[in-house]
Write a protein that binds this ligand. Structure first.
Ligand code: GLC
Length: 572
């Protein structure tokens, strides 16, 4: 934060003496009547004291290159540990997916995708030319289902498939009742008495897979806590629900959404080494040499050699928080979460949590004593509510700030100087709001509108300075998330021998293809650019320039469908 620098040498202008500060005010010429009614809380606080508080927060969120390197190195250590032993925080789950599509595959299959926020049933038709058609229906998963009995949740999944088949229908070929070369789960054999539609399940939670159609749920994440699910085979839980409802659908394959992202990107791009999700949760799956997956021992899969997709479950990285830059705001979030001490990395990064971290920062400023530093010390029902600030609101704020900027990340090179210094626009000069050009004031006005509408703070308590403070807090939280995400991707590049920490390594491949999906990477302004910056700072520009990050279109649907393809061995 540069506010000390810009603060120096300023002339007090219209600040009433009794407010005891010389600079934290808005120029009257820039103010509409609406602003006039909102006075910045900063006006009542000694500048030094306020500066210390803001500097302290900024310091807590700071992540320099050395810290990023340390985190990436720890990632590599944890990768190796997870590949060698079961029951590690970073689970490094062998997926039994040993091939990726090249885009020539064809076929029509049904997939069910249980992610974090939505449940989707879709039918994907692979056209064989890197393209596909998708028909889908989305269903909401209520809090009651997320936290109730697992059987109710799985019944709901089965009902959704039933509704899809009734309303939309399926063109998937059925599996004949007699031949069943597919299932390795004896409990499913009874279903082979009827022709049934094969279904691929994309299940975006940690599952210790033992085959392409078998796997026990290790733990819930992302706010789910359905009872009697952990330790049970997820394919069987679903199949039991289909059976209870006499649906002739057979779950024949299981993939994580990251695996789906990898497969989908491979299908459209002709190859892919990493599928990653930056959405409600975060995770990555990459192609690993089977010989490195030591925990598979002498199993046939290991003996076969080659490559296998490993679902890292990197959301559980560094649960002990030895290298993660934990702030007091993170501690509060973790303590109040339903899974304290777990999914540490995810809690720094993913859409489910960024809004909550920001809420914690804003509350600390509202509650600052002896004088508030934000919104005149007033909060709202939304801000007082656990998870009451949606990450989508952060996204709106950043967007409102970025609109019309020519080169948002370059530091706004044509920006006017403030006190002879070109501002660092990464961090908003909320003490210099009065010096901002008109268009920036307009941007802050927009943010002010978002604060009143989406956070429920009354307009008379939101000054433009408050808007600038909120935008600063939002960007601190999001920037840290993007940088940390870069560590995870860089660690995969190093683990797969395509990069070295510190740079200076040129890989053989011209393109290192990565598939990404999730609301943050798709919609959060500049998240992808900042993630790339982080990768570059860790592994150098030579590698970073070859990294081709692309959207894994409908990864969960295509992934589930391609898993069936592998399971039924349509390749042969
Ligand atoms: C959570 C889940 C993981 C999933 C990720 C993204 O981290 O544990 O399995 O891939 O969210 O949805």
């Amino acid at each position: 934060m540069r506010w000390g620098r810009c603060h120096k040498g300023r002339q007090a202008r219209t600040i009433p003496d009794h407010l005891g500060t010389s600079s934290n005010f808005l120029s009257p010429s820039l103010l509409s009547p609406a602003h006039m009614s909102a006075t910045s809380s900063l006006l009542t606080v000694s500048p030094d004291r306020a500066r210390r508080i803001f500097d302290d927060i900024e310091e807590q969120f700071r992540l320099d290159r050395d810290a990023l390197i340390k985190i990436t190195e720890q990632f590599l250590t944890d990768f190796r540990l997870g590949l060698s032993e079961y029951n590690q925080a970073m689970a490094m789950i062998p997926t039994f997916v040993t091939g990726v599509p090249n885009g020539t595959e064809t076929g029509t299959f049904l997939a069910l995708d249980l992610g974090g926020t939505n449940l989707r049933v879709c039918e994907v038709q692979l056209l064989g030319n890197h393209q596909f058609h998708l028909r889908q229906q989305k269903y909401k998963v209520s809090e009651a289902l997320k936290t109730g009995e697992a059987s109710a949740l799985f019944d709901y999944l089965a009902d959704s498939v039933d509704a899809f088949l009734t309303e939309i229908g399926s063109e998937s070929p059925t599996m004949p009742p007699t031949s069943d070369p597919f299932t390795s789960s004896p409990s499913l054999l009874d279903m082979t008495q009827q022709p049934s539609i094969p279904l691929g399940l994309t299940f975006s939670f940690p599952v210790e897979q033992t085959a392409l159609d078998q796997g026990k749920i290790l733990t819930w994440t992302k706010g789910f806590s359905a009872k009697n699910a952990v330790g049970h085979d997820v394919v069987q839980l679903l199949q039991d629900a289909f059976n209870r409802k006499h649906l002739h659908v057979r779950c024949v394959a299981l993939v994580n959404d990251t695996v789906g992202a990898l497969l989908s990107r491979a299908y459209s791009a002709g190859g892919c080494i990493l599928g990653s999700i930056f959405g409600t949760g975060t995770n990555g799956a990459y192609l690993e040499r089977v010989e490195n997956i030591k925990k598979l021992g002498d199993s046939p899969a290991r003996q076969k050699g080659g490559f296998m997709v490993v679902n890292t479950e990197w959301g559980g990285f560094n649960n002990s928080r030895t290298v993660l830059p934990t702030t007091s705001f993170d501690n509060k979030l973790d303590r109040e979460s339903i899974n304290p001490r777990l999914q540490a990395f995810e809690k720094f990064i993913s859409g489910m949590y960024l809004g909550e971290i920001t809420r914690n920062v804003l509350l600390s400023l509202i509650d600052a004593a002896p004088r508030p530093l934000l919104f005149n010390g007033k909060s709202s029902d939304d801000l007082n509510r656990h998870y009451g600030l949606d990450t989508a609101v952060m996204s709106e704020i950043e967007e409102a700030w970025e609109v019309g900027r020519e080169d948002p990340l370059s530091g706004h090179s044509d920006a006017p100087k403030v006190n002879g210094v070109r501002p660092d626009w990464q961090f908003m000069h909320f003490t210099d709001v009065d010096k901002l050009p008109h268009e920036d004031v307009v941007r802050l006005e927009r943010i002010r509108g978002i604060i009143t509408q989406r956070m429920g703070i009354s307009a008379s308590d939101v000054s433009l300075t408050d808007a600038a403070i909120v935008r600063w807090a939002v960007s601190l939280v999001a920037e840290r998330a993007a940088k940390l995400s870069g560590c995870a991707v860089a660690a995969v590049l190093v683990q797969t021998e395509r990069a070295r920490i510190g740079g200076g390594f040129v890989p053989d491949e011209e393109r290192i293809i990565i598939g990404v999906d999730g609301s943050l990477i798709q919609h959060y302004p500049n998240f992808g650019t900042k993630l790339r910056d982080s990768i570059r700072s860790l592994v150098g520009a030579e590698v970073e320039q070859r990294v081709d990050i692309g959207l894994a279109k409908d990864g969960s649907g295509v992934g589930g469908q391609f898993a069936i393809y592998l399971r039924l061995d349509y390749r042969s």
